[in-house]
Structures are given as C-alpha cells and as structure tokens.
Design a protein around this ligand. Sequence first.
Ligand code: ADP
Ligand code: UDP
Length: 241
Amino acid sequence: METEELLYEGKAKKLFKKPNSSELRVEYLDQATALNGKKKDEIKGKGALNNQITSYLFQLLAEKGIQSHFIKKISKHEQLIEMVEMIPLEVVVRNVAAGSFSKRLGINEGTSLPEPIIEYYYKDDALDDPFINQDHIYYLGLATVDELEEIRMLALSVNEALQDIFEKINIRLVDFKIEIGKTEQGKMLLADEISPDTCRLWDSLTNAHLDKDIYRRDLGDILPVYQEVFNRLEKEFTSCI
Ligand code: ADP
Ligand code: UDP
C-alpha cells in the first residue's frame, strides 16, 4: 500500500497527502472546539455527521454550478478532496444578525439584514483570527483587488445556493463561514467544509439552533441536532448520494 503523509492535523479534521497526486484524504474528527480551541471535547459521531453533511452540500452546490474541492465521500468520516493553496481568510456571509456581529454592533440577534453582509477574518490562530477589512487584505498580500472581488462574488453565490437548499428543509441560513483556495492552475475553489460547525442554522418554524451554538453556548448535546440536519437533507435530496 502507498504511504500517505499526514499533511495537517487541525481542530476538526486531519489531511493526508497521497504520493504523486494532488488529491488529499480528509478525516473528520470526533472533536468539538470553540473559543479558538480553548473549549474542547470529544463527541463520538460528530465527525461522521459533518463529513456526510458537507458531502451533501458540496454535491448540491456542484449541481447549482458552484465547484469545490470535493471529489467524493469515501466513508462515513472520510472524503477525497483536491489539494489547493489556502487563502488564509475566513469569509463570513450574514443574512441575519447573530454572534459577534450582534455583539460588535449592538444589533439584536435575529434581526434580518436587508442585504447579505460579507466580513473577512484573517485566519491565524496565534492572533485569534482577527476581523480585517479590504485594505488589510491588500496590505497583507492575501488577495489582489480582482481576486477579492472574485471571492466576494463566490461568497454571494454560495449564499444564494445554500439559502435555496436550506429553505427546502425548513432551515433559516443565518450566517456561515467559507474558506477558499487556489488550484495549481490559479483557479479559485471553494474548500474546507460547510456544516453545522461553520453555519448558523435556525429551524424556520421554532428558531431552534441546529448548529454549533448549542456547544458554544452550553445549550445541550450537538449530536441530535447535527443528526436532524443530516436527516432533513437525506429526506429531501435522496437522489444526491
Ligand atoms: P483548523 O485549521 O481551523 O483547526 P480544521 O481542523 O478543519 O481547521 O483543519 C482543516 C485545514 O485544512 C484548515 O486549515 C483548512 O484551511 C485546510 N484545508 C481545507 N481544505 C483544503 C484543501 N482543499 N487543500 C488544502 N488545505 C485545505
Ligand atoms: N465561524 C466559523 N469558524 C470560525 C468563526 C466563525 O465557522 O472560526 C462561523 C460561525 O459558525 C458562524 C459565522 O462564522 O456561522 C459567524 O461567526 P461569528 O463571527 O458570529 O462568531 P462567533 O459568534 O462564533 O464568535
């Protein structure tokens, strides 16, 4: 068997590089973290749920014309993805005020925003992923003006597509974070994951949290709510996987 190299071990995933290939194998871990890793717990079954939810969402996005690094799901907790050079940015799209946005601006959680708002955070654990603006991005050389415009347009397209998907399963897409990388050919590609760890998902009828806020805010067990998101996707989009 070919030996794989452990390329990266993060808070939620391990990436393995296959020799002589641009493909990576990703293992989704049974680990939950918050506060940049200061709060940490093992939650059996979480990795498999996030892998399956992300796989669904990347396939549904592809059907809507949005390509990502996703190649295929290879087991309940593993995927094959295309390796890209990550741009160290967390791109957040908000449709409804919540979390740090509500705190920073004093806007009540749950207030609908007339237009989606995009925010950028510099992905750097040592600095606690600080909030940055476009000028910071150019100064740090993270993206050019044209590249940032492309990132913005991609974030807005992902938002539209995800809103459409979640609406069908009675979920309100409050906000989410994406990460983007560049292929060897210099093409921007949606990467990382899209799951209840990286999105705020509220039940359309009850506003119940179906996401990591359950863990961040000590509101109960995340496993049943992640399972609920997966069950709704599976029921609505059976043909997808
Ligand atoms: P963190 O780095 O925040 O602890 P994870 O445990 O999810 O997060 O680690 C996954 C890492 O893999 C992240 O740093 C992410 O930027 C990176 N990554 C995601 N997709 C790809 C890809 N296609 N190619 C290379 N790196 C990727
Ligand atoms: N988010 C994420 N990773 C991070 C920070 C935020 O996936 O390191 C997601 C989070 O799940 C939410 C959105 O980005 O869907 C906005 O998060 P916010 O800035 O409100 O931060 P928080 O309230 O989590 O501190």
